[in-house]
Structure formats: C-alpha cells, structure tokens
Design a protein around this ligand. Structure first.
Ligand code: ADP
Ligand code: ZN
Ligand code: ZN
Length: 681
C-alpha cells in the first residue's frame, strides 16, 4: 500500500504530494488524514496523508517512518474541500489544508512549529465517555419552545425541509425583510434535521455582534450547539472541536471559519447576511465562505440557505437565473410596518447655518422620542468615524510615515495613530510642511455626535459604541444588554450597531452620514451603501411601537439612497444590475486582483510590469494596470495593483497562475492574488 503525503512545509517546491510506501506494521492505522513522519532528503519531516493508493509506479519509493499522531487529523471530505480551495483561490495546498485541522495543530502549523512535533502527540484520542455520548440523540429531549409559524414562514420551512428529506444539495435564497422571522425558520429547519440524526452549520458575519441570535439558538438547542466565538481561548476551541468530532454537538454556530467544523452527517448550512464582507477571508486562501459552503454541501448532499433582507447583487442575480430557489418573506411578523424613512438634504442645513452633525429634523425627532421614554440609535459609517489632523494654513493632512493613509486623532490618549500599521505619535504642534501652528483636529465622528446630543438633551443617557469604548473581552455583550434592558436612551455607533439588534423600544434610527461609502473607487460602493442603510433602518419599530428613520445625506437623488428610503430592494437591484452590465463588472464578468508589494519601489514596479505583460500575452484584453494601489504604501511597502477581468474564471485563473509560475519574483517582493475580490485591496 502507498500513501500520497503532503509535507508540513510551505514553499513552491513542496506544494505537491510525494508518494511513500506504508509499512506492513502500520497498514491498518494509516489512512487519509494521518499525520506521519517521513524521510525527505537526509532529514525527517512531518506530513499528512491525503490519499491512499494500492499501487504506484514511482521509482525508489521510501517508507513512512511512523505515525506522528494516533488518530486521523481530518477526513477525506476535508481533504477534498482543501484541495478545491487551493485550486480555486490559487493558494498552497497546505495553507488550505490547515483550515480543516484542529485549532491547536492549525496554530502550530501556522507558526511553523509542526516540525518540532515529532514526539508523539495525544491528539485525537477519544475517551470512552465521549464515544458513548456520540450516540445521544435529540429526540430524547425536544428543543425549546417553537413559535407558531406564519403561513409565509411555514411555506419557507416546508420547502427547505423537503430538500433536506430528499437529500438534495439544493441552494436557497431566503429573501426576507428585516424582522420577517428568518431566524425562526432557520431554527425549525434545524430541529427537523436533528430529528433525522443530521447536523447543521449556522454562519453569521461576526459572532460578537450578534449576541441576541446566539442567545436564541443556545436557548433553543442547549447542549446540542457549539458556539465558536473568536474570543474563545485556544484550549476552549480545541475542546469544542473535540465535542464536534465526537458527535456530542450537532449544531455549530460561528463566523466564517465555522464552515470548517468537522461535523458528521452534515445536512444543512445556513449563511445569514451572506452579502457581508466578513465572509471573505483576508488571508490566503482568500476564500469566500459562500463558495466554500456550496462545495462542502455538494460533498455532503447538504442544503444551503442564504438568508438576508439585502442579498448581494451576485446572489440575487444567480437566484433570478434559477441557480438558487428563491423564497420570499415580504412582510414583518404581525404585519408590523417597515419604518417610514425621511431623507434630509444636508446641503440645506448648511444654508440654514446649522453646523451641528444633527439636522434640525433629526434633533426634533430625537427630542420627541426621548420625551416619550423611547430609545434611539444614531449611526455613522465607520469611514466617517475617524477624524484626520489637518493644517488650516496649507491644507496638509498628516499621513503615516509608513503608509499612504491619514493619521487619526485619538482624543483619549491625545495622540495620532495609523489605523493600518499601528504607528502612534504625539499630536503635532506645527505643520510639517509650512510650520504653521494652526493644526485642527476633532474627536472621532461618534464623539462629535455624542457632544451634540448632550448639548441638546443634557439628561439623555448616551451609550457610545466604537473602537475607543469597546475592545475588552465580552464588552460587546455588556453594551448590547445595557441598551436592550433600557439602561441607556441613545446608542451611538458605527457598523457595529447596524447588525442584529432587536430592541422593542427603539423607535428612532438616525443615519448621520449616509454618503461616506458612496464615493469610494469600488464597483460595489452603491451596493454596500444600500445594504448598510436598509439594515440599520431595520432596527426601528421591530415590535409593537412604530418606528421612524431619518437618513442624512448630501446625495438625496442617488438611486441607492432613494431605494433604501422606500425599503425597495427590487428597485435598487434593477438599477444596479444595469450599471454592472454596462461596465461589465460582476456578475457579468469575473475578477482577479493582484497586489505586488515591496519596500523596494523599483523592484515592485518591475515585477508588476513583468507580471502584467506575461498575463497580457495570455489574455490580451483582460488586464487593467499595473497601477498604483488605492493604498499606495502600506507598512513601509510600495503597492501596485493589477486587475484581471474575464468572462470565464477558469481561463483568467489559469493565465494568472501560469504567469506567476513563470515569473522570477525577487525574494523581497510579494505577490498577493485575490480571486473574486470584494472591496478594495
Ligand atoms: P429576522 O431574522 O428576519 O430579522 P426574526 O426571526 O428576528 O426576524 O423575527 C423578528 C421578531 O419576530 C423576533 O422578535 C421574533 O421572536 C419574532 N417572531 C418570529 N417569528 C414569529 C412567529 N411566527 N410568531 C411570533 N413572533 C415571531
Ligand atoms: Zn501647513
Ligand atoms: Zn501606517
């Protein structure tokens, strides 16, 4: 017997498997997923078995020396998933394989410490106790109180359950307005699945921002669910992994990496708010969780449900094309109305000499809301949250010495910091260009809102929620519960407050600046703006008290803002899809983005030019750039950008891959490839 072994070494030379013979004495203990010690050159190396073969015609085959870990580390399906990721996203196989390894081993792998693991591990050993627990099934004790579904919810549930029963890897888009009861549908589909002895993965954009959803799931499924918080210690994460492998839990709830949880009998994957950028990994392999989920579901004949009020343009397009079954929940529970939205043109405020960040209309509504003893959320885009340090004489914005981004003023520490590389310095007293002492800075955007609210309503209890005020472990939850329990009147925050909050007394939502994301050089700018506005508006009037939304904007005519003001996804989609078609952007084309970076600017330019030329030879019309990247310098490195556009992903991916293989890349130049990028690099 033979084994294909992938060495625990990341380099282009070892990004392939090597064939070894399996010695007789290890024959029934070595299988796919085994961690083994093998001879390699004159050394011993650790590797992973990714395939077993009955014969091989490779010459001079050496034998596996020993097992490095008694139990397999990953399953055959996990290998397939990793292999697929490496091919699709152009990463090393090992880098992809690490994602499906237990957390402790994965961390050792990523730190390059697995070579030192030759002393035999205890990993993977199941205790007798755990083995018995595997047999426990939910039908002994049915999960918590189900709500009686509305007819629309029932129809949605029936369709999903039907596909579960048919064992078909059907893909659903559950398009339901905010507060339409999607979460209840998820939970009842899972309950159905558990009765059949199957398991489910539930993915959310960011676990710490969805405490209410976590509470609802844990209340309903209790011991059967593992919640994979990013805040868990490594020890705890390993324990959870073990509970999942051993079958003690059948449901995993977590952010994107939870898609790699080693559940057996996977029957259902739910992705809530699939349009969120957090689903795209920012490290190699730069995978999109949705695509990984589809692949995983195909390997398991599992059902995938994408649920959102604001599906991504791409997803909606695929649903229209029949790739996904579309289920619609058009109304809120109990026919509660979606809150009416008023657009306020901020140019008029300036004309009326109102220099507050709050318009007259928003001030008035805020007063009424607070007088009635109700609650308000004031929202500001993350991008507007920072305040830059500027010279009033010459207009210079002070930049980070390592990155081409402006430094940000932090009032707490009385210093300026770089949000990209962490550089910090004392506040400059004079302008580095003109020596003027007229340096201007404010607090963060959210601080300004807080100041203005406090001026208008001195007695209001204000809770400001941003990077300055949140950060410690568990503090998200404390914030959310303080507000949810009515111990604050006004919640002020960035994107972090837009998600998941379901508080009965919130009747006013104010968007302080709707436009900040609109002018970015990003083909998804309008889409992100629409999604953000619709989601944050969806926080108002979710229960018996009717809600209101005020959106402050300098672009009241923009289609993304107009459509958000009428909660009209269809209208937005129609406009946006035509826009994409006319510019040949996704979903009409496929993109690959490449960043070439180096501290040595000349080498970066040369490599970018060479790479651009190589790719152009293979696909003459699809190469844009090289050009300076949107962030031209980062952590001391110069950055150049090439964008590849094509109709077929396979074709442009091969062109990029071959070009990189053939290019001599200097040691101090990095080439980063992002297949199907979201946002800017
Ligand atoms: P979504 O996930 O679509 O935003 P939720 O599932 O959070 O919606 O539901 C919104 C609110 O309505 C929640 O407070 C939820 O408990 C409640 N709800 C959901 N389904 C029902 C139902 N069938 N009957 C009564 N209340 C429901
Ligand atoms: Zn100056
Ligand atoms: Zn910096």
């Amino acid at each position: 017997m033979f084994a294909e072994v992938l060495l625990s070494k990341v380099s282009p030379d070892t990004d392939k498997t090597f064939t070894y013979a399996i010695p007789e004495r290890l024959n029934d203990r070595i299988g796919i997923g085994s961690q083994v010690v093998v001879p390699f050159g004159r050394r011993k190396e650790i590797g992973y078995v990714v395939e077993r073969l009955v014969s091989s015609n490779v010459k001079g085959i050496k034998e596996i020396i020993d097992l490095a870990s008694p139990e397999p580390i990953f399953s055959e399906k996990s290998v397939k998933l990793a292999r697929w990721m490496a091919d699709y996203y152009l990463s090393f196989f090992l880098t992809a394989l690490r994602l499906v390894m237990p957390p402790g081993l994965r961390q050792k792998e990523e730190r390059g410490r697995v070579g030192k693991l030759v002393e035999k591990g205890k990993k993977g050993k199941q205790t007798e106790q755990q083995k018995t627990n595997t047999q426990t099934s939910l039908t002994t004790q049915p999960p918590g109180t189900k709500l009686k579904l509305t007819p629309e919810q029932q129809t949605a549930l029936d369709e999903i359950n039907q596909s579960i029963d048919d064992n078909k890897p059907t893909r659903f888009l559950l398009h339901g307005v905010t507060g339409s009861g999607k979460t209840e549908v998820y939970m009842q589909a899972i309950a159905h699945l558990l009765e059949k002895g199957q398991s489910a993965i539930v993915l959310v954009p960011e676990i710490s921002l969805t405490p209410q959803m976590v509470q609802r799931f844990t209340a309903r499924f209790q011991d059967h669910i593992a919640v994979l918080h990013s805040e868990l210690t490594l020890k705890k994460r390993n324990e959870e992994w073990q509970r999942i492998v051993s079958g003690q839990v059948q449901i995993v709830l977590g952010a994107r990496s939870a898609v790699f949880a080693p559940l057996k009998n996977l029957g259902l994957i739910i992705i809530d708010e699939e349009y969120e950028n957090t689903y795209k990994s920012d490290k190699s392999p730069r995978y999109h969780t949705r695509e990984v989920a589809f692949k995983l579901a195909a390997l398991n004949n599992a059902v995938v449900v994408l649920g959102s009020a604001t599906p991504s343009i791409e997803t909606y397009f695929r649903a229209e094309a029949g790739e996904y079954k579309k289920i619609v929940l058009p109304k809120r529970i109990d026919d509660r109305p979606l809150p009416p939205v008023t657009l306020v043109d901020m140019r008029e405020e300036l004309k009326a000499k109102n220099f507050s960040v709050l318009s007259r209309k928003l001030q008035l509504e805020l007063k009424e809301t607070l007088d009635k003893g109700e609650q308000a959320i004031l929202f500001m885009n993350r991008l507007g949250y920072f305040t830059f340090v500027m010279c009033r004489e010459c207009g210079l914005t002070i930049e980070c010495p390592n990155c081409s981004v402006s430094l940000v003023y932090h009032s707490g520490a009385q210093e300026v910091r770089c949000a990209k590389c962490g550089y910090a310095a004392e506040l400059p007293k004079t302008c580095p260009r003109c020596n003027s002492t007229s340096i201007k800075y404010f607090g963060t955007g959210t601080q300004r809102i807080e100041d203005d609210v406090a001026k208008i309503h001195p007695s209001a209890r204000i809770l400001r929620y941003d990077r300055d005020t949140v950060g410690k472990r568990g503090s998200h939850e404390v914030f959310f519960s303080t507000f949810a329990e009515g111990n604050a009147d006004v919640l002020i925050g960035t994107q972090m407050v837009a998600k998941g909050l379901d508080v009965a007394k919130v009747t006013l939502v104010g968007v302080v600046s709707a436009d900040t994301a609109l002018n970015l050089p990003d083909y998804q700018a309008a889409e992100h703006t629409f999604q953000m506005l619709t989601q944050v508006a969806g926080r108002a009037g979710r229960h018996h008290l009717p809600g209101k939304v005020i959106i402050q904007t300098y672009n009241p005519e923009h289609y993304a803002i107009k459509a958000a003001s009428t909660h009209d996804y269809e209208q937005f989609y129609r406009k946006e899809i035509e826009h994409r078609r006319s510019l040949n952007y996704p979903p009409f084309s496929r993109l690959i983005s490449i960043i070439i970076s180096s501290e040595d600017q000349k080498k970066a330019i040369k490599t970018a030019d060479d790479l651009g030329a190589f790719i152009s030879k293979r696909i003459p019309t699809g190469v844009l750039g090289p050009a300076q990247a949107a962030i031209a310098r980062l952590r001391g490195e110069w950055r150049y950008h090439i964008l590849i556009k094509g109709n077929e992903l396979r074709v442009i991916r091969n062109a990029v891959n071959e070009s990189i293989q053939n290019l001599v890349i200097p040691d101090d130049v990095r080439v980063t490839v992002d297949v199907e990028p979201t946002g800017m690099m």
